[in-house]
Every structure is written in structure tokens, then in C-alpha cells.
Design a protein around this ligand. Structure first.
Ligand SMILES: Cc1cc2nc3c(=O)[nH]c(=O)nc-3n(C[C@H](O)[C@H](O)[C@H](O)COP(=O)(O)O)c2cc1C
Length: 395
């Protein structure tokens, strides 16, 4: 909303008086969550706000009147370029629908469902909760007895899913199948090399997962800052930033690095609609960025998980003279135990994925609150940044 200069000033004075804010004259209006002004407003306008003053947000309860528009929002038909990445045991209909309803892209995790038929049911359940677009994640894991990937893929396509997130080893056949069915494919990878080969396979969007991420960060240990700066130079298709993003600053930084949006996992675990036990959500809020650890490093299948008794025991076994084989760790790392962490609410019971973004999470909002806040914060940060560049004569 662009307001007349005079009424704008009057309203600013009223708001400042009401909230006992000290009006600050700035040369450029970017955004005020009270007024939703366009960042494109000419510099003569006045902005009244104190940086990071929490009262500012109280001034407006309505949804932002403008949007962050990127190739991702256009391609997927979503309002906000935020994807909730696939999450084993977490990416279930209630969370997925809440993310999509809030304007992002919710993603169901296929392998959380015990069979392709169960995935059909989960897709139908999600559809009852939202009419907005949502996707399905299929993660290809190294496994002696692989799940029926094809069956999951076919069931989802038959149920009308047109957006897929693929991850893991050897995704070629799956990507080819989805593309032959006219689907949009977001492929998650942790190296530029893998991103480029996925690009050659015809994926529509790459999800570039930095070393910060929960789950599998690969073996190269490249943080998001460098990975994304490389991605923007090397990739032809749009990419989104994944790993370590949990707030508007990370989101804005990802856009600055050339990403068309963000993918978040850990942040969505600590939301009202996330299906995990309240104790685990509280544990995430109480944790810092030092509370995760890598397991399976020595097996070259690194996974970032929450630091607890079990994960530290796994690390100790891997580091003992002679190391450890998967067989030695199997019992400790069992998926069933991990699942029970979320059901029983005991963070020490098993292995559970978490990224260093835990250090950025201080609350448990609804998905709508989270996404609205992200959107506003990004808008505000980008607006503030335009003020960094000034005519050199005025310095
Ligand atoms: C609890 C949890 C389970 C996850 N499970 C999967 C999975 O099954 N497949 C997958 O591709 N990624 C999985 N991920 C990774 C996320 O999709 C996402 O890439 C990652 O969380 C991004 O990093 P962030 O947690 O720092 O936001 C999982 C992440 C979490 C937190």
C-alpha cells in the first residue's frame, strides 16, 4: 500500500505517540509492518521505527500486502518461497497441509508411510486439509532391502501429485519417471557436481543442502555460503537454499546468494502442527547450535543428528581402534527407536535428525505465524539493505 505523503506522516505520528516510539527520520522508507509501504517509495518519505523494536510488529495483524516473487513461487504457484523438506516421521498430512495453507510448500514424506497404499491415504488426508499445492518426498537410501520406490512414486502420481522432492542416491530413474508424467521435480543435493548431473537429468529446481543441514550433508563439508555462491555461477535451473535456515535473516541471505527460495526442516519440527511430542519441541527450543553431532562419518554416510547419549555412543564406537561396522551400530541407530523419540518425548531414547538451526529456534509458532513472520522479516531486511547503498557524495 502506498499512502499519500501527508496522511502517511500523520499516521506515523499517531502510531509513534500511541506506542511511545521515538520518531526517527530516515531518508528512505523501506518497509514498516505498521504501514506496509513499498520499498520502492522515493527517498523523501519518512519512516518511523526503531530497528528490531518488537512493538512494531504489534501494529499490524494483517497478512503482508506484498509478496516475494521468485521463479519458485511462479513455478509452484505458492505465495511464499518456503519449502518444508521431507522429514521422516515428521512430514505427515497435518504439518504438510499447515505449511501449504500458510503459503509455503508442504511436502509429505513417502517413506514415513508403511506402503504405497498408505501413502495414497496420506495424500487424500492432506487434500481434505488444504486445496493448496503440496508435494511428496521420495528419499533413496542405501539399503540391502530397498523399499518399493517405484510403487510409492506411481501411487503418488496416480493420486494427482505433480510436485516431487527427490533425495539420495541414484535418483535418475525416478526423476525420468516423474518428468515423463509431467511433474515438477525438486532434487536435493549437497555438491555442485551432483546438482549438475541432476540438472542434466531434467530436474526443475535444485535444493542445495549445505553442511549445516539436518540429515545427510554429504562428505564434502561445504557450508551453505560457499555452496550457494557456487550454485549461482554453475547452475542453469533455479535453486533453493537448504540447511541452517530458520529465520528471516537466513532467508534473506539465501535470496541474496541467488536462491529462489529456502528449504527448511528443523525449523518446522518446532511448530504447533508438527506431529512430534511437545518435549522434543521444547528440547529444540532449549538447544543451541552446538547440540548436534555427525554420526556415520566413518561409514561415509554422514548424518547430522541431535547430540544425546545414543548418538555419542555411536560416535565413540566409530572412533574406537578398528572402527565400527554398520552391524555394530544397527541396534543403537534403529529407525524404530528414533520414531519413539517423537512418540514418547524422550530426547535420549534414540537417534533423531536435527540441524544446527536448533540454535536459532526460540519459539513454537503455528506454521502460519512462522511463515508470515519470515515473509515480513525478509521484506524488512531487504528494505533495510537498500539503505546501505548511498550516493558517495553524501558519505
Ligand atoms: C527430522 C528430520 C527428518 C528428515 N528426514 C528426511 C528424509 O527422510 N528425506 C530427506 O530428503 N530429507 C530429510 N531431512 C532433511 C530435510 O528435508 C532438510 O533437507 C533439512 O532439514 C534442511 O536443513 P535444516 O534442518 O537445517 O533446515 C530430514 C530433516 C529432519 C530435521
Amino acid at each position: 500500500m502506498i499512502v499519500e505523503r501527508k496522511s502517511h506522516r500523520t499516521r506515523i505520528r499517531q502510531l509513534a505517540a500511541l506506542h511511545r516510539l521515538q520518531p526517527t527520520l530516515l531518508r528512505q522508507v523501506n518497509t514498516s509492518s505498521a504501514l506496509h509501504l513499498s520499498p520502492a517509495l522515493p527517498a523523501k518519505y519518512i519512516r518511523v521505527r526503531r530497528a528490531n523494536d518488537p512493538r512494531i510488529r504489534l501494529l499490524s495483524a494483517s497478512a503482508p500486502s506484498r509478496m516475494i516473487v521468485t521463479p519458485l513461487t511462479k513455478l509452484l504457484g505458492i505465495r511464499v518461497p518456503v519449502v518444508q523438506g521431507g522429514m521422516q516421521w515428521v512430514g505427515v498430512p497435518q504439518l504438510v497441509a499447515a505449511v501449504s495453507e500458510a503459503g509455503g510448500l508442504g511436502v509429505l514424506t513417502a517413506l514415513t508411510q508403511p506402503s504405497p497404499e498408505a501413502l495414497r491415504t496420506a495424500i487424500r488426508e492432506t487434500r481434505k486439509l488444504t486445496s493448496k499445492p503440496f508435494g511428496v518426498n521420495i528419499t533413496l537410501l542405501p539399503s540391502i532391502n530397498p523399499p518399493d520406490y517405484e510403487g510409492y512414486a506411481r501411487a503418488a502420481v496416480e493420486e494427482g501429485i505433480r510436485i516431487f522432492e527427490t533425495a539420495g542416491n541414484n535418483p535418475g530413474p525416478l526423476i525420468k519417471y516423474f518428468k515423463s508424467q509431467g511433474c515438477v521435480v525438486l532434487h536435493k543435493c549437497t555438491t555442485i557436481r551432483h546438482a549438475k548431473s541432476a540438472e542434466r537429468l531434467g530436474v526443475d529446481v535444485l535444493s542445495i543442502d549445505g553442511f549445516e543441514c539436518a540429515g545427510h550433508p554429504g562428505e564434502e563439508d561445504i557450508g551453505g555460503l560457499v555452496l550457494l555462491a557456487r550454485a549461482v555461477k554453475e547452475l542453469k535451473v533455479p535453486f533453493i537454499a537448504s540447511g541452517g535456515i530458520a529465520d528471516g535473516r537466513g532467508f534473506a541471505a539465501a535470496l541474496a546468494l541467488g536462491a529462489a527460495g529456502v528449504n527448511m526442516g528443523t525449523r518446522f519440527m518446532a511448530t504447533v502442527e508438527s506431529p512430534i511430542h511437545q518435549n522434543i519441541k521444547d528440547k529444540i527450543v532449549a538447544s543451541t547450535e552446538t547440540d548436534t553431532v555427525h554420526i556415520f562419518r566413518t561409514l561415509r554416510n554422514t548424518a547430522r543428528v541431535f547430540k544425546n547419549k545414543i548418538s555419542m555412543e555411536v560416535v565413540a564406537l566409530e572412533r574406537r581402534p578398528g572402527g565400527a561396522k554398520f552391524e555394530d551400530l544397527r541396534e543403537l541407530v534403529s529407525g524404530a527407536r528414533g520414531r519413539q523419540v517423537y512418540e514418547l518425548g524422550d530426547p535420549e531414547y534414540g537417534i533423531w535428525s536435527a540441524g544446527i538451526a536448533v540454535g536459532l529456534i526460540n519459539d513454537i509458532p503455528t506454521c502460519k505465524e512462522l511463515i508470515t513472520t519470515l515473509e515480513r522479516d525478509v521484506e524488512e531486511i531487504i528494505g533495510q539493505m537498500t539503505g546501505l547503498v548511498q550516493a558517495s557524495s553524501k558519505l
